[in-house]
Structure formats: structure tokens, C-alpha cells
Ligand binder design. Structure first.
Ligand SMILES: C[S@@+](CC[C@H](N)C(=O)[O-])C[C@H]1O[C@@H](n2cnc3c(N)ncnc32)[C@H](O)[C@@H]1O
Length: 294
């Protein structure tokens, strides 16, 4: 990429050159990635980057942009490089210890909020839990929408819980969010109005075949769902009736092709299951909702 960012290149031309190198390497979202990386290298947000489009890069800036571009060309995801990811419009810190939060997971937030809206006003005291919280993405998105809710995020990874706590602090949500090291919901008392989870759900044998962005950069603990990918759903199903208050809602993210199996697990556990597929933006069934009888 050295030759693509010539000495004295403007921000706009460097951005075009990097996007074109990313496109040639068949990376997803080359323009967006180029913008985010250049903005990070120069410490400029979107608006400032556009305003400075004609400014030439110094040699040192060009070297910094080139170094970040090389990392992306080596399949490191942008969120890993800039250690930031937007989720539900919240700016989250992400480190190698947590899953890079995905837009698909916003489907869980949408489904959970729709269930809450159907039950009553958002301004009501509620107790919510996020099992396998990672960066805190789901819990913090829900707390940002439910101003009177209290929430707990669990994880078996202590470094992940540190990231989630840090994110809660940055978003001013520390007073309403607790983080607990435990296996899914095992350390939680019952009586929860809402339980959400995006558990690890990739069958172990599939992990080596994943894109390098995922396989080499998301924590294995965040991906590996056991032999058939369903281990965490079995555990959640077994504990859901203890965890949920009467009428309480459970929403989980699912992987491709897991809808029927997860619906069956929740049904067998005695929950009232909503069989709707709740598609993500690509039309893939992405969430399953179930409720405790009232
Ligand atoms: C797919 S990631 C989801 C992270 C975050 N909720 C999100 O949606 O971006 C799954 C998370 O569950 C955690 N985890 C894996 N097994 C767990 C278990 N048995 N109990 C609690 N957390 C677990 C992982 O450490 C990881 O942070």
C-alpha cells in the first residue's frame, strides 16, 4: 500500500486509495473501513474528515494510515484495530477479550423492546439480565432504552466483564448495571422481567472454517457452542423458568438454521414460545422469544 499513499497525498485521495486496495482484496465494506481507519489514524471524526478532505497528509500521518490499512488487509477487523464499535448507536470499547458486537445482534434488542412495549410503558421498574454479556452490548443497549430498569450482565470471562464494566461507566450506566462472573444465569436469583442472551452458538467443528476476521480475532469462548452449537441454549432452557418472573420474557440470538431446534428446546422447557423467525437485516431468522406463563 506504500505506493498507493504517495507523499503529500490528500486525505480524500488516501481514502480512495485505501478503499480501492480493500476492494481489490475483496474485503467487506471497503469505503466504510477506509473512512474509519483514516479517521482513527488522524484522530478525526466523520465530519472533520470530510471537512479536511483536501488537506495533505504528513509523512508521519501517511505511515500511520498505511500501517492500519495493512492490518485490515491481513484480515484484522476494523473494530479490533480501532478498539471501538458502535452498537445500537452506543459507542463501545472492544478489546481482544470480547466478541466484536454485530449489527445482527440488534435484532435481539428490537424483539425485546417490542415485547416490553406490548406489556406496558418503558418507564417501569424492571429487572433484566444479559447472559454472556461480552462487551455489555445487549445489556447497555437495553438500559439505554429503559430508564428505570436495573440490569445484570454475566460472563465466564473476567477480562470481558472488565470491558463491560468500563463500557457501562463510559455510558453513565454504572448505577443501573451490575456484572457477575458465573455460568450463564447460575448465580442469579429469579424474578427477572427480561432475560436476553447472545450465547456462543457455532458448532465446534465449524470454527476452523470461519472467516479469519472471526476465527482469528473473536475469543473462542464467545464462539464455541459445543458439538451441535446448542449447548448454551440447552442450559438456558433448563434454567429459564427459575430465572423469569411470571410473564417474563426471554430473547436469545440464534445462528443460521437453529430456529427449529431452539424453539423446540424452549417449548420442551415449558415456556410459551413465539415461533416467529424475527429476521435480521439480511432476512436470516436471528432471534427466538419465549415467555414464562403469567
Ligand atoms: C457470542 S458472545 C456475545 C457477547 C455480547 N453479548 C454480544 O452480543 O456482543 C458470547 C459471550 O458469552 C460468554 N460465555 C461463553 N460461555 C459462557 C457461559 N457458560 N456463561 C456465561 N458466559 C459465557 C463469552 O465469554 C462471550 O462473552
Amino acid at each position: 500500500m506504500d505506493e498507493l499513499i504517495a507523499a503529500g497525498a490528500t486525505i480524500a485521495s488516501a481514502r480512495r486509495a485505501i478503499a480501492s486496495a480493500f476492494r481489490a482484496a475483496d474485503l467487506d465494506s471497503p469505503e466504510l473501513d477506509a473512512r474509519l481507519l483514516i479517521g482513527h489514524a488522524l484522530g478525526l471524526d466523520h465530519a472533520a474528515l470530510a471537512a479536511a478532505a483536501d488537506r495533505p497528509l504528513s509523512d508521519e500521518e501517511a505511515a500511520r494510515v498505511t500501517a492500519l490499512g495493512r492490518r485490515r488487509l491481513a484480515h484484522e477487523p476494523v473494530a479490533r484495530i480501532i478498539e471501538r464499535k458502535e452498537f445500537w448507536s452506543l459507542p463501545l470499547v472492544v478489546t481482544p477479550d470480547v466478541l466484536d458486537p454485530r449489527p445482527d445482534t440488534e435484532t435481539v434488542v428490537e424483539v425485546a423492546l417490542a415485547a416490553i412495549d406490548a406489556a406496558g410503558p418503558r418507564r417501569a421498574a424492571r429487572r433484566i439480565a444479559d447472559l454472556g454479556t461480552g462487551s455489555g452490548a445487549l445489556l447497555l443497549a437495553l438500559l439505554s432504552e429503559l430508564p428505570d430498569a436495573l440490569g445484570v450482565g454475566t460472563d465466564v470471562s473476567l477480562p470481558a466483564l472488565r470491558v463491560a464494566r468500563h463500557n457501562a461507566g463510559r455510558l453513565g450506566l454504572t448505577g443501573r448495571a451490575r456484572f457477575v462472573a458465573c455460568d450463564l444465569g447460575s448465580a442469579l436469583a429469579g424474578g427477572l422481567d427480561l432475560v436476553v442472551s447472545n450465547p456462543p452458538y457455532i458448532p465446534s467443528i465449524v470454527i476452523p472454517t470461519l472467516a479469519p476476521e472471526v476465527r482469528d480475532h473473536d475469543p473462542r469462548l464467545a464462539l464455541d457452542g459445543g458439538p451441535d452449537g446448542l449447548d448454551a441454549y440447552r442450559a438456558i432452557a433448563a434454567d429459564a423458568r427459575r430465572l423469569l418472573a411470571p410473564g417474563g420474557t426471554l430473547v436469545v440470538e440464534i445462528g443460521i438454521g437453529q430456529l427449529e431446534a431452539v424453539v423446540a428446546l424452549f417449548d420442551t422447557a415449558g415456556l410459551v414460545v413465539d415461533r416467529a423467525p424475527h429476521p435480521d437485516l439480511c432476512g436470516v431468522p436471528r432471534a427466538v422469544m419465549a415467555q414464562q406463563q403469567t
